[in-house]
Design a protein. Structure first.
Length: 308
């Protein structure tokens, strides 16, 4: 008779390190994948919201503990704000991304379509719950509606595309303020003084994608009105933009050196963009020009720490 082999079940101690490793690897991988989806847009859709929420919290003289809570809450909220937009945008725009943005994760194969759909459903369900917990759920639902309008066909026409991006400032800055304080006239001043100029100036982002948009018959602002006219209009707009900042936002007066420094820095960004936008060089050059516009947006909101 053959000897009977005996096996013993692995002890819990042996399984525990493996289970812990899997428990750590899964969220780490999801965090990495989520970053891959949003990594081209955090200066437009993540950093500015967190910065403005913290500026409002400082203005409200919150305690260090509440300030830390605001920092954590705004980080989660605005990550989902951008993540939900990018997931649905990239699911709906794979044809365009193959031409304009081949570095995105769906095109590179870093994420599957099925996995991305699952992430989109989970993120879309989680976002209103976070908004409800923070008392800003109305803004959350408004942004979700704008996201779907943009990504499910609206972005093919310049008016819808630019309106969603421009007035998407409202469901960003509104909850950033409302997380710590009721909306006031000052809050609406900041929101509208940024949303309206951004609506008129956001066609800057389309200059970098002209070739792909032409191939896909997307009616962006430069296609509707001509690249030459668009560049000239944007140049004038960015030359004048510091006046909007001065009279409606930063309002530096007297010997307020910090406020004047903020005005000087943001004006320098605007005038550099105005200089660059009239030069048609390459999509990469236009992309860097648009990146300066994102830096301007973040810098203006950072100035709220000293000008609110």
């Amino acid at each position: 008779m053959a000897p009977t082999s005996t096996t013993t079940a692995p002890s819990p101690r042996r399984r525990t390190p493996q289970a812990l490793g899997a428990a750590v690897r899964w969220p780490a991988r999801e965090a990495w994948i989520s970053w891959r989806f949003i990594r081209n847009d955090p200066w437009a859709g993540f950093y500015p919201g967190v910065v403005f929420a913290l500026a409002v919290a400082v203005h409200q003289h919150l305690s260090p503990g509440r300030l830390a809570v605001t920092a954590a809450a705004s980080t989660v909220y605005f990550w989902l704000y951008l993540y939900t937009f990018c997931l649905t945008n990239q699911l709906a725009g794979t044809r365009e991304d193959r031409l304009n943005k081949p570095f995105r994760p769906l095109i590179r194969g870093d994420a599957s379509f099925r996995g991305t759909w699952v992430r989109a459903v989970v993120a879309f369900a989680a976002f209103p719950l976070v908004g409800w917990a923070l008392g800003v759920w109305q803004w959350t639902l408004l942004w979700q509606a704008m996201t779907l309008l943009h990504n499910l066909g609206g972005a093919r026409h310049w008016a819808v595309k630019d309106a969603v991006v421009g007035f998407g400032v409202l469901p960003m800055l509104g909850p950033a303020w409302q997380m710590t304080a009721p909306l006031t006239a000052d809050a609406w001043r900041w929101m509208l003084a940024l949303a309206v100029p951004i609506f008129f100036l956001v066609p800057l982002q389309d200059l970098r994608d002209l070739h792909g948009d032409t191939a896909l018959h997307r009616n962006t602002f430069p296609h509707a009105f001509g690249e030459r006219f668009t560049r000239r209009l944007l140049c004038i707009g960015f030359v004048l933009l510091p006046l909007v900042s001065h009279f409606l936002l930063l309002r530096a007066t007297g010997a307020d050196a910090l406020a004047w420094s903020a005005e000087a820095a943001t004006a320098a960004l605007c005038w550099n963009i105005a200089r660059r936008v009239v030069h048609r060089r390459s999509p990469a050059y236009d992309h860097r020009t648009y990146r300066l516009f994102e830096y301007w947006y973040a810098a203006v909101l950072a100035s709220a720490f000293i000008t609110l």
